[in-house]
Design a protein around this ligand. Structure first.
Ligand code: ATP
Ligand code: MG
Length: 263
């Protein structure tokens, strides 16, 4: 298992944000994490990245490739974030530097961490832009973030995360700021990347429709507690918990119908 979390508890003062979470995620698989606002989804993402604030107290184990992220020294965590675990954010604009051309931003890590020459980095950037399906990449590579649409900016965000060839990608509400058509395109890109590159993807969303589209397995969080977990199809067809049923009922009828009809 690439990622193996055992009995993870995170508390802020007396308040538990996560209450004994267990999960496993293998290469080439997508795990969907769904739950309402405040259920602990982002706290889980931060814990896996080793980025919990100092005020948080975490116990249990976050096994990544046989090591425990909770006890890893900061130096090793930095290395891990630099080239093993990539993060895709909700609003790519906050992750992008508005004053820097997108090609240069994607190339930065390649030059700094992988020691590529400028020319080699640029060639790799072209390839990455292609992978995230940015049309006319040769023209786009020298654009500034504000010259791109929201969907294209999110593609750049994915390209930056992919540049360092991570083994695990964590996407926290990656499509929430986008309209539904673009949302579907971004999810399809992520789905293809998981299949082509064999990375593991943790896809976080409050929207069960987003999770259902590409997640192999689904984990439902409610107020920091894992209330159900299993193959997505099973969770959708036979939800084992009232809360999951509530999430399903909240989907538009047409979306619900396509989920039920899925093979
Ligand atoms: N730095 C912090 N200090 C204190 N409490 C925090 C901190 N970060 C998160 N929490 C608490 O932990 C709980 C889970 O928050 P989290 O951000 O993980 O929710 P979420 O599921 O990501 O919600 P959303 O869908 O709104 O992003 C909340 O009750 C929140 O108030
Ligand atoms: Mg969140």
């Amino acid at each position: 298992m690439m990622l193996s979390i055992r009995n993870l508890r995170v508390t802020f003062g007396e308040r538990p944000a996560l209450n004994g979470i267990d999960l496993s995620l293998a290469r080439g698989r997508t795990l969907g994490v769904v739950g309402e606002s405040g259920s602990g989804k982002s706290v889980m993402a931060l814990a896996v990245m080793g980025l919990l604030p100092r005020t948080a107290r975490a116990t249990g184990r976050i096994g990544f490739d046989g090591r425990d992220i909770l006890t890893m020294p900061e130096r090793d965590l930095c290395a891990l974030r630099g080239n093993r675990i990539g993060m895709i954010f909700q609003e790519p604009m906050t992750a992008l530097n508005p004053a820097m051309r997108i090609g240069a931003q994607i190339a930065e890590g390649l030059i700094l961490h992988q020691g590529l020459s400028r020319r080699d980095a640029r060639a790799k950037v072209m390839h990455l832009l292609d992978m995230v399906r940015i049309p006319r990449a040769a023209e786009r590579i020298d654009s500034f973030p504000h010259e791109l649409s929201g969907g294209q900016r999110q593609r750049v965000g994915i390209a930056i995360a992919l540049a360092l060839t991570p083994d695990l990608l964590i996407a926290d509400e990656p499509t929430t700021a986008l309209d539904v058509t673009v949302q579907a395109q971004i999810l399809d890109i992520l789905d293809d990347l998981v299949a082509e590159l064999g990375i593991a993807l943790m896809l976080i969303s409050h929207d069960l429709g987003v999770i259902a589209r590409i997640a192999d397995d689904t984990l439902v969080l409610y107020r920091g507690t894992l209330i159900e977990q299993g193959p997505t199809e099973r969770v959708l067809r036979r939800p084992g918990h009232d809360y999951t049923r509530t999430l399903l009922d909240a989907l538009p009828p047409r979306v619900r119908a396509t989920l039920r009809d899925a093979p």
